[in-house]
Design a protein around this ligand. Sequence first.
Ligand code: UTP
Length: 298
Amino acid sequence: MSKVVRKAVVPAAGLGTRFLPATKATPKEMLPVVDKPAIQYVVEEAVAAGLEDVLFITGRSKRPLEDHFDRNFELEEALERKGDSERLGLVTEPTELARIHYVRQGDPLGLGHAVLVAENHVGNEPFAVLLGDDLIDPRDPILPKMMQVREQHGGSVICLMEVPLESISLYGCAAVEPTSENDVVQVTDLVEKPEVSQAPSSLAVIGRYLLDPAVFEVLRNTAPGRGGEIQLTDALRVLASMPESEGGGVRGVVFSGRRYDTGDRLSYLQANIMLASEREDLGPDLRVWLQKFVATLT
Ligand code: UTP
């Protein structure tokens, strides 16, 4: 079995109910963050980490996703005629990013089920899972560190982030033990969206995973959990409880860089404002306007 992670899986088959009606006919992952679909940031991150084989798990509304990563000759010709090479570059860029594959999930039975659907493509290799809900700033990449931990220790590696304890019930939460490395922990247990009083730590699970293929067998035997969905967290709990077994063991890398949450409406709006205000083209005007606007708020 290859120890090196070569493939990325990007689940995009969720119902996206928190964003209705925008997500009625468009996957949540296609919603723009400033001027680029969230999923393109995620593919760029995977490619920057050397993962050029990208599998999208799609659902009923996969068309916009496929079209975004495909050629659009009509648009390309129109921009060529106008001599607009800058925008032409923006249109062709996503088509050249990676080797992209698609598989349908069928029923959206949960993130764990979406990962299981990737088994045929992934085979018996470790692989990455990246969720469009979390945008990791390209200035603070985390996948390379996670890959290093996987290469050293095997097993699976998840990404954790310290959050205020009062917001831990929005996330999966990890019980951990320290290791000899400051930003690496041994995960001993996981709880999906715990009450504050039940939370074993304030370390939240962020949407980046390096999974050992042993996860597939565990997922096949994972019953629907919270919300009637097959939860990836439940399968990771099982792997965390068998650190000595082949393919078992879960380590966490504690991320302290810049991350933008696009998973719900409020944090999505905040992410757009933060990222746009840092952009060279939009930032200066936006910041001036924002300051004036904020002054009008009581
Ligand atoms: P979420 O838990 O955010 O669910 O999924 P969701 O359905 O997308 O959104 P809400 O909560 O209804 O608004 C986390 C990730 O897992 C994918 C989603 O597309 C998202 O990237 N997912 C979830 C699937 O691919 N399939 C599923 O069955 C569930």
